[in-house]
Design a protein. Structure first.
Length: 412
């Protein structure tokens, strides 16, 4: 005997894809103001995500170029003779700057050190208009003309001292604009003088910026030969600043100790410039970690906003949900509808946020005369991040909506 298959009197309901999308779109557009505010959190989060990665990539290229031009052409040589031999004198010879400048690839080089009295204290500086005893304690740095040129100062008044001033041990100084203002010097037309200790010096130049050794702006700069004649050779802290052509710094750092002290090259420690690629990678990594954390916080805030609004919508539409269930809608159909609505809001927020983030990167780059850099992977990932955020945010409200029983819903 052959059994006949019994068909159910009422076939199970189905939810076509086009019906699902149309219902989700209708639910979203039913309250446009609330939907816009709901998507705002995702817009901010994704926009921050794109802007952070774009600005980080743009800044990285600028960091790389700047380190190539400045840091990658700077070599510092330190006097460590006392560390090797406690009875050793100064490691730098008298013609240290001239020797180094004869090396191929060197542009400027010179020795500098902080000037101290016999007691080890700094020197008091005052102008001729200030009474004796009313001194201002300002650092005095003995600086060779080559070191001053290597710092690339920006002169606003007067001139820099040169090799002639150093060879003839002239009593001249160069000040920064902040030090000049501190001493009450506004112009060089009257040939103002300052007293370092009891020694008068003529101010011949005022600078307002340096590209290397910014601590020079906090000091009074005097020729190294003049300082050595008045206060003796350096006891500690002597260094040499070298500016090189691009690509020559590492080689110069290897050659300088032997060129200056062939008898004791270990008395000098040459510090080559850091690798700009590794330095840029470190800076980029730090920026990424910091700002991606901020972007993640924005995304979490957006997800909480979507979850909260979707949950409120579930409570407000309880009667609608009960009616749909009574007409044959399954639990998964209700869950899919609310999940699709939250995912649509997240995706829309992701698209708008991607556009805003891209515009932000371009505007900032143009304002700073930079070249905007945004990786295509970032642009492709950002809308997906918004979609995933919306789906995760709508998961709990969708499950809660699916668990509503038709009888209980229709009673409310």
């Amino acid at each position: 005997m052959r059994l006949r298959r019994i068909r159910p009197a009422v076939p199970p309901t189905s939810f076509a894809l086009n019906d699902l999308l149309s219902e989700a779109l209708a639910g979203t557009l039913q309250r446009p103001g609330r939907s816009a505010l709901t998507a705002l959190g995702t817009v901010l989060g994704v926009g921050a995500f794109v802007a952070v990665l774009g600005l980080t990539a743009t800044a990285s290229s600028q960091i790389d170029s700047r380190f190539s031009l400045l840091t990658a052409t700077e070599v510092t040589v330190k006097d460590i003779a006392r560390e090797q031999n406690e009875f050793a004198g100064p490691a730098f010879p008298d013609d240290a700057g001239e020797r180094v400048e004869r090396l191929g690839g060197v542009e400027h080089a010179g020795v500098h050190w902080p000037v101290r009295e016999d007691t080890g204290q700094g020197l008091a500086v005052r102008t001729s208009a200030v009474a004796r005893g009313q001194n201002d304690m300002i650092d005095v740095v003995a600086t060779a003309p080559g070191a001053l040129r290597a710092a690339v100062p920006h002169l606003v008044q007067g001139r820099l001292y040169d090799d002639y001033h150093a060879d003839t041990r002239q009593r001249v100084v160069v000040l920064s604009s902040s030090i000049a203002a501190r001493l009450g010097i506004a112009t060089l037309e009257a040939r103002p003088a300052v007293f370092i200790g009891d020694q008068p010096f003529t101010v011949i130049g005022i600078i307002d910026d340096v590209k290397r050794k910014p601590d020079m702006l906090l000091s009074v700069l005097v020729p190294h030969t003049t300082a050595e004649e008045l206060w003796g050779p350096p006891t500690d802290g002597a260094e040499m600043l070298i500016s090189t052509r691009v690509g020559a710094a590492v080689q110069i750092a290897e050659e300088v100790p032997i060129a200056l002290r062939p008898d004791h090259p270990e008395y000098l420690k040459a510090v080559p410039p850091p690798d700009p690629k590794s330095l840029r990678s470190s800076v980029t990594s730090d920026l990424n970690e910091l700002f991606l954390l901020l972007a993640a916080i924005c995304l979490v805030i957006g997800a909480v906003g979507i979850a909260n609004t979707t949950l409120v919508a579930v409570l407000e539409r309880t009667g609608e949900i009960g009616l749909r269930r009574a007409l044959g809608a399954r639990s998964r159909h209700v869950a899919l509808q609310f999940l699709t609505e939250s995912g649509a809001l997240g995706a829309l927020g992701g698209l708008v946020g991607t556009s805003i983030g891209t515009v932000t990167v371009v505007v900032v780059a143009v304002a700073r005369n930079w070249t905007p850099v945004i990786h295509t992977g970032t642009l492709a990932t950002a809308p997906v991040v918004g979609l995933v955020t919306g789906l995760l945010a709508g998961l709990y409200p969708a499950v809660r909506a699916a668990r509503i029983q038709p009888v209980e819903a229709l009673r409310r």
